[in-house]
Ligand binder design. Sequence first.
Ligand SMILES: [Zn+2]
Length: 270
Amino acid sequence: MVYDVITENEVKYITFKRLADIPFIKHGFSTRFGGVSEGVYSSLNLGLKTGDEPDNVKENIKKFASAVGVNHENLVISDQVHGDAIKIVSNEDSGKGYPKQKDYSGIDGLITNIPCIPLMATFADCVPIFFADVTKRVVGIGHAGWKGTKLKIGKKIVQTMADAFGSRADEIIAAIGPSIGKCCYEVDNVVAGQFDKDFKNTSTFIFPKGKSKYKLDLWEANRIVLNEAGVLNKNIIISNLCTGCNLDLFYSHRRENGNTGRMGAIIQLI
Ligand SMILES: [Zn+2]
């Protein structure tokens, strides 16, 4: 297994062994467990844009940050729009998104080389990608649903890490977290066709399934994208945890018809 399930003060979260082995990084991907939300949001909903009580979500964010071992007052949270814009987080951004107001919008990727600023994005089926450059000490988080995958946000994050901080793609570890697997992700020909232009060969991640229906493997598509960016296969870690198959553990936007909470992915340099 490439991951561990950690329980800290009732908060249950996933860590990747390869990232946990890096002494100057803290990270985690949350589950449903350990929060104060109720009903469909029970219990650790981290989505401030859901219909949940904002105070409960804020309490949940605090609890998750504390379990991962980061300071929630310094959290910087994405502003996800299924795009490919990436923000380089600096000292002055500390706390933006929570507890301070964001002064940016349309951000699906965050990177930083500054210690003690936890980066967070939220998920319920879309693919979380954690990034760590252990040489230059840079971390990042990306949010890749089918649109972000098609836009190759993973590759853009690697390129931004290289441009901003001199990261080398072959020294970056990328970890693909819990998200919807091909087992649970059926798309129509309009979505499937979107990949034809920018991917040389889609037959390894798009599989026909009946008339105008396809199974889409976002994990493999993102592996290809990261590979294309120069990240080595041995440094691309896939959790193989499907949010749709594990409703006891995770929220799934698709399986629960949109009426559900959000998990969070946090990564921070110490
Ligand atoms: Zn599944």
